[in-house]
Design a protein. Sequence first.
Length: 55
Amino acid sequence: MPLKKGKSKKVISSNVEELLHNYKETGAIGTSHPESMEKAQKQAVAIAYANAKKK
């Protein structure tokens, strides 16, 4: 689940999509197990923006 590096909307969107895809397959985002798709989406967006801020 390596996320792409970058700050553009396209990269952030791609990272959110990757995280949600992983959630749909495994029911987890990293070590977290969100209760619903809505909570998983909020968490994925937060992770993607935090990742963009680091780079």
